[in-house]
Design a protein around this ligand. Sequence first.
Ligand SMILES: [Zn+2]
Length: 418
Amino acid sequence: MNEDFEKSTGEIKKIEEPDMILMDSCPVCGSDWLENYIETNLTNFFFPVSEEIIHKVKKERFTLNICMQCSHVFQTNIEKDLLNLIYKEFYNHYNLDTSIEFQLIYRERTINFLKNVISAGENQKALDIGCGEGTYFSEFRKMGFDCYGIEPSPKSEIAKKKNPDAIISNEFFNNCDTNIFGTSFDVIMMNWVLEHIEDIEDFFDKLKAYIKKGTTLFIQVPDLDYYIEHNMPLFYVHEHINYFSAQTLCLLLKRKGFKIIDVVQGDSPALLVAGEYMGIEQKIIVQNKDQIIRKKDFIVNNEALKAKVKKIISKNEKIIFYGIGLLSFWISDFCLSDKDKEKIVLLDDNSYYKGKMVPSFNKQLQFFPDGYDLEGYTVFITTSPVYHDKIKENIQNKFTGHFQIATIKNNDVIIESC
Ligand SMILES: [Zn+2]
């Protein structure tokens, strides 16, 4: 760490450089044969924010590497201050379950996955690491489990209120060297947690205190394979350190002593993997050339898509982006000039976002009433593809006039007239 001393005020003030974590080996297989995968400047907040914090939105350096042994993609040069800012401004407040579409698509699928793997939990304990508002406790309770949770954000208070029978800690899992509850668990769930973990080795070392032989571990993370299959170019954000695919997540679990029980993937950007702890860490040797080539091609293909999107937007004066998601930010960051951004109308229907500003565009999100006339507009659906059919139906039912709907699919822009 560099230290600088400012003497003009007569006092010695220490100016510290941002706290950086440098990753020099692959968190999945341990190899230090890494290559640069993506290096860019990336907007820091990828979600609508209040007017008070829109000035904190800026582009920050972002680097992804690819492991040339197992093909795992992960961040290097992680800046702690930036992550802390993102967590403070967003994750503390936002609950993904506020979106009805999110609930429909992810929640049922997760519950079905749980039920396929575990049947009953009488006299057994389930722990949800990163339990948020505790929305899965009711399912575990129905199966007979005693419920435990860890949630460092203020959402833990809501989880406690909704689940008075559950034991919930608001410690940071990573900060605790010993088991918070003093007991081991039969089932451990981690929804949308592992992609955020900066030090996977340390995390699994700490997890050992909570597991025993036979513990079932459920993991849900974004699925890089899905993003590649559907040509969704912006799959990366500052706060996601690891970009797993089924193959790399299973490798990691095997190395950490788990037997893979079930994998669900392909129908959603979320990868679900269940493993059973066997107690013996396995040495893994892997050379995954095909996956490395596939992941590298994906980045090259995105360049062609950028050019197509740019062309369509520059040719049309009346453009709407419907739904704020990774796609709207990708187009904004990589395809639009400031002049383009000015003409684009940003629409959404998630009431949580009412009155909020959209980073990168620096303007307010709008909500058009039913029956609004979209005559002559080209409406880009800019959320995740899992929502596209539902959103298309909503737009067609809600609005009037002759307009076009544009979706990005299979590395192309598909335009349909309505
Ligand atoms: Zn690796």
